[in-house]
Design a protein around this ligand. Structure first.
Ligand SMILES: [Zn+2]
Length: 445
């Protein structure tokens, strides 16, 4: 669970599929070495180590980071639940709602008076966890973003979140009051076009608020030429105008690339850190993975999956909230689900659902990530010398840069990993060779 609760409702403004969780980073050893692509292309070795491997020093850091992140995950989850329980038990929402209702009889004005303070309070109370998370990223060198810039990003995120959250929750209560029995379905229907619209606008409206984007053609023309070979091999059209470079190096040291947007805004984004530190063949594999997401319509599939999860959560959320209000409502000073004051109860229940829904969502995510890995391996085969080894080396770099722990607990992977663990991906890259076994490719014919 993340600090912003309203996200359990609209969670998925963020649908971009990350190649690698951004949590990772490194302050280490390597000074960024500009790789000349000419040498890069000829240096993919025929043999690479059989396993993803870290030096003893990297391993020491990787274990420490793995432990810290797990502790932070548990504490963050429990803490966010405790905050909601405290807000409910201390009856903050009934008090705030009474104040808002005393000022205006208009529901929308009440929403503006009631929702932003409540949502902001929850986020501010959760801030220490986020601050500690960023502190860890700085300590491990995963992030180079100063505190001023970090707080400015947090503030911008809050403003966007509060505006969107207020509109959405206002709409939800309007529907609850009009149809107490079936609101969960009608509200769900209302959110579908809104979510589609937000995902559509995200790359052009929201993302540029936090990061700078430039056409990849302008910054890395040679890379675009190589990437077009990959695109061409897939028999596809991703015009260079849909390839962007994100200036991630101002904030992080880790690597990433992702596909975002839908329809006219659909695009591939490569972080400048990736383009800077990886060889062109490695970047081609990373891009091939992203292209897999692009061609296999993973953004649409992700949205459809999320929509189904949300429908179940709202249906069940209504039932459980009604039960909780019937049981403890007197004590909490809120007995009516249609009253503003019921929001923390509903958020608490949706937060618990989102925690238990995490393994389902992550299983789906790992599945499509694996498909994208297969696609990346197939599309680069024949284009890049020793394509399997090249892909394994790309995973090695990704893992080292973020101190990815090679042996994560199986249950932790099931519950929290959006991507298969790095050791598995490394092995799969070396093992997947349908072309040697006379079998057809799965995606790239
Ligand atoms: Zn991916």
């Amino acid at each position: 669970m993340k600090s912003m609760y309203w996200r359990s409702l609209l969670l998925l403004l963020v649908c971009g599929c990350l190649l690698f969780p951004t949590v990772a980073n490194s302050q280490t050893t390597q000074t960024p070495q500009p790789t000349s692509s000419a040498t890069a292309e000829s240096t993919v070795p025929q043999t690479v180590p059989p396993d993803y491997h870290l030096s003893p020093e990297q391993m020491r850091r990787s274990i420490a980071l793995y432990r810290t992140e797990n502790v932070l995950l548990v504490i963050g989850t429990v803490y966010s639940i405790i905050i909601l329980i405290a807000v409910i038990v201390f009856r903050f929402a009934p008090w705030l709602a009474a104040w808002a209702e005393g000022i205006s009889r208009h529901r929308f004005v009440q929403a503006i008076l009631f929702l932003p303070p409540l949502l902001l309070l929850l986020d501010v109370l959760n801030l220490p966890i986020s601050i500690y998370g960023h502190h860890i990223s700085l300590v491990y060198g995963l992030s180079v973003q100063g505190w001023g810039s970090w707080f400015w990003d947090w503030t911008k995120g809050e403003v966007i979140g509060l505006v969107l959250g207020t509109l959405l929750i206002w709409l939800m209560y309007a529907v609850i009051r009009r149809s107490p029995q079936r609101w969960w379905f009608y509200f769900w229907l209302c959110t579908l076009p809104i979510i589609l619209f937000v995902v559509f606008l995200q790359p052009v409206l929201l993302d540029p608020i936090f990061n700078k984007f430039e056409p990849l053609e302008k910054t890395n023309p040679e890379l675009v030429t190589q990437l077009e070979k990959v695109v061409h091999r897939g028999g596809l059209v991703i015009p260079p105008s849909r390839m962007f470079l994100m200036k991630a190096s101002e904030k992080v040291t880790t690597y990433n690339a992702y596909v975002t947007g839908i329809g006219a805004t659909k695009r591939v984004v490569v972080w400048d850190t990736t383009a800077r530190d990886m060889t062109i063949p490695e970047t081609m594999f990373v891009f091939g993975h992203e292209m897999g997401h692009y061609v296999l319509n993973h953004v649409y599939k992700g949205l459809a999956f999320f929509a189904v999860m949300m429908l179940i959560a709202l249906w069940l959320g209504r039932k459980v909230t009604l039960w909780a209000l019937a049981r403890w409502g007197e004590r909490w000073k809120v007995t009516d689900l249609g009253a503003w004051a019921s929001l923390p109860v509903l958020l608490l229940i949706l937060s618990v659902f989102s925690f238990f829904g995490q393994p389902i969502g992550n299983a789906f995510s790992r599945y499509i990530e694996h498909q994208a890995d297969i696609y990346g391996l197939e599309i680069t085969h024949g284009l890049v010398p020793h394509s399997s080894q090249n892909a394994a080396l790309a995973f090695q770099k990704l893992g080292e840069k973020s101190f990815a722990y090679p042996y994560p607990n199986r249950w932790l992977v099931i519950w929290t990993y959006s991507h298969p663990d790095i050791s598995s991906r490394y092995h799969f890259a070396l093992d997947y060779k349908p072309w040697d076994e006379g079998k057809p490719n799965e995606f790239v014919k």
